[in-house]
Design a protein around this ligand. Structure first.
Ligand SMILES: [Zn+2]
Length: 462
């Protein structure tokens, strides 16, 4: 059995291994190539660290390495009588982290300092915590002679923060080629929130059962370049500006997906009357419901495809007419829409032939991942195991289905998995949420230990 203090030590060891992707590695030329080599070596060092930190698990499980960005483990099932009826389970995490601006932190971002009952480091909540907690629980189980009834896989990505293209997507392809599919998977994407949801002051376990898609659209207008002393009557920037204005006046239509309807119905139980009534009868209240429920950006983003205007570009000089002006729209696609239908919708809303509307090639677009059949009713595979584990680990938190508005590695596994759950065993308050991808990221020791307890309870059910 592993004791807690050494679990913390192993966690801190994992945090000290830098797995952030340096900006210098993205360019061209020999310096960038060298930076890439170093960054990839660091990712491989992290994979090696797991081998030395969890020796018992590594004797019980078969390790699959697909380069620096992906490592997976197959933990064979015991073949117990009812195991044949159960499909495989997949536990996901990632070991890359976002960079940290040293001067904005009060501690060393990769120092894994223990202070005030917290471990302080980049990666403490996104998401070496879940990766290490899962392996702590697995190591412990193997040492105790436990074997899961069904076959259990772990898969960890090394490029989730960028695209997952060389990690999760390759690993999913590996599974697909070999006919390996899963009943369900568990990934990050949501957690136990504490006092974050409007109108609530209690912990609530949000489980992401569907995920929005991602799309960058480029709007551009061309004109004849020339000297700014002789501007044309209609200028490209004005045409583009009018298109953006039309778009902001015409948001995507409201829509309730299965998880969001279930989310508001469950939330109604904690809301005062008459808010509770409107929330619980979404369909009957129609537009009143959307006006109420969509009144903040957070809740509005659950009920429509959103368009964020993020980048604008015109002339490189103050006295030169640009030959082309452009804007990037970052679009988060609600389930029910696709990359194609959302792009068409924007094109129609712009309604101006002078404005070119196209999917921007600088980023990979992806369709949303809708909920598995029956997921909102708790009837999809794996829900029993996941929800019972949450209830055991966080007994005071009601469990509510949720739509994840960010992207996670799990989307790459949609072709090989029937039901996808996005939940990290982690209690987050408003203050902690801002530290994710921000400064002074940290996790309390209790929060980390409860994460291990979560995986211990989950593995026992697999
Ligand atoms: Zn993450």
């Amino acid at each position: 059995m592993s004791d807690t203090s050494s679990a913390i030590d192993r966690f801190r060891g994992a945090l000290r291994l830098r797995t952030d992707w340096p900006a210098a590695a993205d360019g061209t030329g020999p310096a960038a190539a060298a930076a890439r080599t170093d960054a990839e070596a660091a990712l491989t060092a992290f994979q090696d660290y797991l081998v030395s930190a969890y020796p018992a698990f590594h004797t019980a499980a078969e390790r699959v390495v697909l380069g620096p960005y992906a490592v997976a483990y197959r933990w064979p099932g015991s073949g117990a009588a009812d195991a044949a009826a159960r499909g495989r389970a997949l536990l996901l995490s990632h070991y890359d982290v976002v960079p940290a601006e040293r001067d904005k932190w009060t501690v060393e971002p990769f120092g894994a300092e223990l202070k005030e009952g917290f471990v302080w480091s980049r990666g403490t909540i996104d998401t070496k915590n879940s990766l290490i907690a899962a392996l702590e629980a697995a190591e412990e189980a193997v040492r105790a002679g436990f074997r899961p009834a069904r076959e259990v896989w772990f898969a960890f990505g090394g490029d989730e923060e960028r695209s997952g293209a060389q990690g999760a997507r390759r690993m999913s392809g590996y599974f697909a080629e070999r006919g390996i599919d899963f009943d369900f998977l568990l990934d990050e994407g949501s957690a136990v929130t504490d006092g974050i949801l409007p109108g609530t002051d209690r912990p609530i376990a949000l489980v992401g059962i569907e995920e929005k898609g991602f799309l960058d659209i480029e709007l551009s207008v061309e004109q004849k370049p020339g000297h700014s002393s002789r501007p044309p009557r209609v200028q490209a920037a004005a045409v583009l500006g009018r298109a953006l204005d039309r778009l902001s006046r015409k948001p995507f239509p409201w829509r309730l997906t299965p998880s969001v309807e279930a989310f508001f119905r469950a939330l109604a139980a904690f809301s005062p009357f008459p808010r509770s009534l409107a929330l619980s009868r979404a369909r009957a209240f129609g537009s009143l419901f959307f006006a109420l429920a969509g009144s903040t950006p957070e809740t509005a983003s659950l009920m429509r495809t959103t368009v964020a205007m993020t980048q604008l570009e015109g002339s490189p000089a103050d006295n030169v007419l640009p030959s082309r002006v452009r804007a990037i729209l970052n679009v988060r696609i609600l389930p029910g829409w696709t990359v194609e239908s959302a792009t068409d919708w924007v094109r129609r809303a712009v309604a101006d032939d002078r404005v070119k509307v196209e999917v921007w090639s600088g980023r990979t677009a992806n369709d949303p991942v809708p909920a598995a059949e029956g997921a909102a009713e708790g009837a999809a595979p794996g829900w029993q195991e996941v929800s019972a584990t949450i209830a055991e680990t966080y007994p005071s938190a009601p469990i509510i289905p949720f739509l994840v508005t960010a992207t996670t590695d799990s989307r790459h596994y949609a072709p090989v998995c029937r039901a996808i759950y996005r939940f990290s065993p982690l209690v987050v308050s408003g203050g902690e949420l801002g530290r994710m991808h921000g400064h002074d990221e940290r996790i309390s020791i209790k929060n980390f230990e409860t994460g291990i307890a979560f995986y211990r309870a989950l593995i026992a059910k697999l």
